[in-house]
Design a protein around this ligand. Structure first.
Ligand SMILES: Nc1ncnc2c1ncn2[C@@H]1O[C@H](COP(=O)(O)OP(=O)(O)OP(=O)(O)O)[C@@H](O)[C@H]1O
Length: 713
């Protein structure tokens, strides 16, 4: 049922629901006001308790007993402050939830009958769960077990899982709401047969430059991924616009909720294609009341681990090279030239020869993380004794005595005036430890190992690629992040098998969520889904799989056009959600003059229509060509670190447009030269076309690519 504005006032259900909303809203507002004043009060109490306790505190360290008493007083004061802080933290968390709900208290209601003789239960589902003062559940969190019945989209007998048990119930009613703060705009009672009105309403909205959460309209196949059991690797293959990125973000929010208190955002990693994409998605989790995880591109990940003078490389390395590294490590022995001096500020602190001597003590242990850890410990000890010996020298003590007051404060947090030799030595050691902090760091990072040289010996080649370098370092030293619990890789088809092998090994204890579309692999040499499976299986991570086959982004006509680039078998399985439609336009021009006129016209038209339009070019040099042709009227080119504008026309390379979407897409030159009839061009064209939500214009300056010939009118 969809009451329009005329019958709202006469529809008793609408009135009842508006009434319920008004009451809930008032309760939330009251709770908010109460919490704010409570937090203010706690703040004042904490401040006054602190000041009266500090006044009463009379530190006395005269005797051992006095000192003990003083410490006990300090500890008591800290305990009081901690309890205030804890209370504040709990209140702040609750307040954040209420503020989230004040934007939209809930978006759905389900009525569930658990036992035939019981009253049915009404549950309102929202972005967070909250109970009122008398512990009555006002709103249920969308991630709570019972909310699953809403997403299962079955009316009648259904079930959900809670604490490993399956709970049977009868879904009597599934009602969706369009709510803005305390105003009910509409409600929809849904059954499976009727299309999802809230979904259609949400899809028909104009796109913004930032991705939005899809909590209220998550579809059944998407929910299976979001609520999937924890598995070592979950591979989701989904067509363009099927909600892979949306599902990924909703799953992160789900995991944070389910593991509240034990899962920290710093233990979740999201590997994204580029910074433009990161900006595009970075509001979704905060809007859901959650923090963003650690978000990195491959380049950023590699840069933190590789030596400063090395680029992150292409990653295009055969898996076989990595296998040879694994095979070789088993029987590998260091030789004298595999070590490098530990240096700092031009001083050699531990020589390669000394490292060799430390290593010689462990000759019976095979090369690998255990041996490297032992050498590292020995080296750390050697470094400490070297600095202790330097601390006793006159040269260092003289150097320390002429430190400026500022430098003394930075190093010692006070000015110094050593009274005897012993004190002077201790201070000199602190000074040296500070000055040589980077030497300790390079011992810790195993920078004393010449990975390039070791790799050249193992692989028999001159110079390692960055991926080989990383893999070898991990195999040899155990480099990795064993604390990471989840790693999410979006657009997984864009990584090479070797890059994925590095990630699987680096985050060795993490569960992986891998999402991608084999048809959007726009570079040669990246991993097929078969390779993705075998890389993770080889890393000891059994792969489970899900598929998403409905396109939510594009209109049926656009979906049909990009689906026409796929094999018949694939095309037939794809569907799109019905909406108002505009036929894609293909314009083939045979002379430069008419091409320029047409291009100017479609860009001008796009400016007039409003919304966000992308002119997608395959490479940067094509962007330059367009800029040269259009001069000052060329749309601005999106750079790698940019944030998309809210509206207007932009020029963007395919690489950066990946994963994003636009109200309109213009493909400015789809000739056979740019999109020849081969598999890679087919995927590039599929990716470019599928960025459009509602309008698509394709031009060609010369003969149109054969890939689209059959689609012309
Ligand atoms: N259940 C849903 N309810 C509302 N909107 C949805 C839903 N699922 C997806 N969408 C919308 O469809 C569009 C495409 O989603 P998303 O970008 O997550 O897909 P994708 O599979 O990652 O796409 P691609 O691989 O083509 O980059 C987005 O605008 C998203 O908000």
């Amino acid at each position: 049922m969809h009451p329009d504005s005329d019958n709202k006032s006469t529809d008793p259900v609408f009135e009842q629901e508006q009434q319920r909303l008004t009451e809930t809203y008032a309760t939330l507002e009251a709770m908010c006001g109460h919490l704010v004043s409570q937090m203010k009060k706690t703040d004042e109490e904490a401040a006054s308790a602190k000041s009266s306790m500090s006044e009463e505190l009379s530190p006395n360290f005269a005797t051992y007993a006095d000192a003990m008493e003083t410490y006990a007083d300090f500890a008591a004061m800290n305990r009081v402050i901690d309890s205030y802080n804890l209370a504040q933290d709990a209140d702040a968390e609750k307040l954040a939830k209420i503020r989230l709900l004040l934007r939209q208290p809930y978006f759905a209601k389900v009525v569930l009958q658990f036992k035939p003789d019981e009253e049915p239960k009404e549950l309102y589902i929202g972005n967070a769960g909250i109970s009122d003062e008398s512990y009555r559940r006002l709103i249920v969190d969308w991630r709570s077990p019972v909310a699953e019945v809403y997403y299962n989209q079955d009316n009648g007998r259904t079930s959900y899982r809670a604490d490993g048990r399956t709970i049977e119930t009868d879904l009597k009613l599934r009602r969706q709401f369009d709510i803005d703060k305390s105003v009910l705009n509409a409600y929809f009672d849904t059954t499976v047969a009727i299309q999802d009105s809230l979904l259609l309403a949400s899809l028909s909205k104009q796109r913004t430059s930032q991705m939005q959460a899809i909590t209220a309209t998550i579809q059944k196949e998407q929910n299976l991924v979001i609520r999937h059991d924890d598995v070592p690797a979950l591979l989701v293959s989904g067509i363009a616009g099927s909600g892979k990125t949306s599902v990924l973000l909703q799953r992160i929010a789900y995991l944070f909720y389910r593991q509240r208190g034990s899962l920290d955002p710093s233990e979740v990693f999201l590997i994204t294609p580029n910074p433009v994409f990161r900006h595009y998605i970075d509001n979704v989790l905060p809007d859901l009341g959650e923090s963003n995880p650690e978000t990195l591109t491959w380049e950023e990940f590699a840069r933190t681990l590789l030596p400063g003078d090395r680029g992150s490389g292409s990653g295009d390395v055969p898996l076989d090279a990595l296998k040879r590294i694994d095979d070789a490590i088993g029987s590998f022995e260091f030789d004298h030239a595999d070590f490098r001096d530990v240096q700092c500020a031009g001083t050699r602190l531990v020589s390669a020869d000394q490292i060799r001597k430390i290593a010689a003590k462990y000759r019976h242990i095979p090369a690998g993380p255990h041996l490297v850890a032992l050498i590292r410990e020995g080296l750390d000890e050697r470094l400490r004794s070297r600095l202790a010996q330097m601390a006793g020298t006159e040269a260092v003590q003289d150097e320390m005595s002429i430190l400026s007051t500022e430098e003394q404060l930075r190093v010692f947090h006070e000015t110094i005036d050593p009274q005897d030799d012993q004190e002077a030595r201790e201070l000199a050691l602190r000074y040296l430890n500070d000055r040589h902090a980077s030497a300790f760091e390079s011992v810790e990072r195993d920078a004393w190992l010449d990975i390039d040289r070791i790799g050249a010996r193992i692989l028999g080649s001159q110079g390692l690629s960055s991926v080989e370098w990383l893999y070898l370092k991990m195999a040899l030293t155990g480099l990795g992040n064993p604390q990471a619990k989840y790693v999410m890789i979006d657009e997984v088809q864009d990584y090479t098998a070797a890059q994925l092998a590095v990630l699987a090994r680096y985050f060795r204890r993490a569960n992986f969520l891998l999402l991608g579309d084999p048809n959007q692999a726009i570079e040669a040499g990246t991993a097929s889904f078969g390779e993705v499976r075998s890389v993770f299986a080889a890393a000891g991570k059994a792969v489970s799989e899900c598929q998403l086959l409905t396109s939510y982004r594009s209109t049926p006509e656009i979906t049909e056009l990009f689906a026409s680039l796929l094999s018949d078998k694939e095309r037939l399985r794809i569907s799109s959600v019905q909406r108002t439609d505009e036929k894609p336009v293909i314009i083939e021009c045979f002379d430069e003059g008419s091409y320029e006129t047409e291009l100017r016209r479609v860009i001008e038209e796009a400016q007039q229509t409003g919304g966000l339009t992308a002119v997608i070019v395959p490479w940067r040099n094509e962007a330059k060509r367009i800029q040269a042709m259009l001069g000052t009227e060329a749309p601005p080119l999106v750079s790698r670190d940019a944030t998309l504008p809210a509206s207007g026309v932009t020029l963007i390379t395919l690489e950066l447009a990946k994963g994003l979407e636009f109200d309109q897409v213009i493909i400015p030159n789809a000739t056979a030269r740019i999109f020849p009839d081969d598999a890679l061009s087919r995927r590039r064209l599929y990716t470019a076309i599928s960025r459009a939500t509602s309008k698509l214009t394709i031009l060609s300056n010369g003969k149109l690519t054969p890939l689209l010939q059959t689609n012309r009118e």
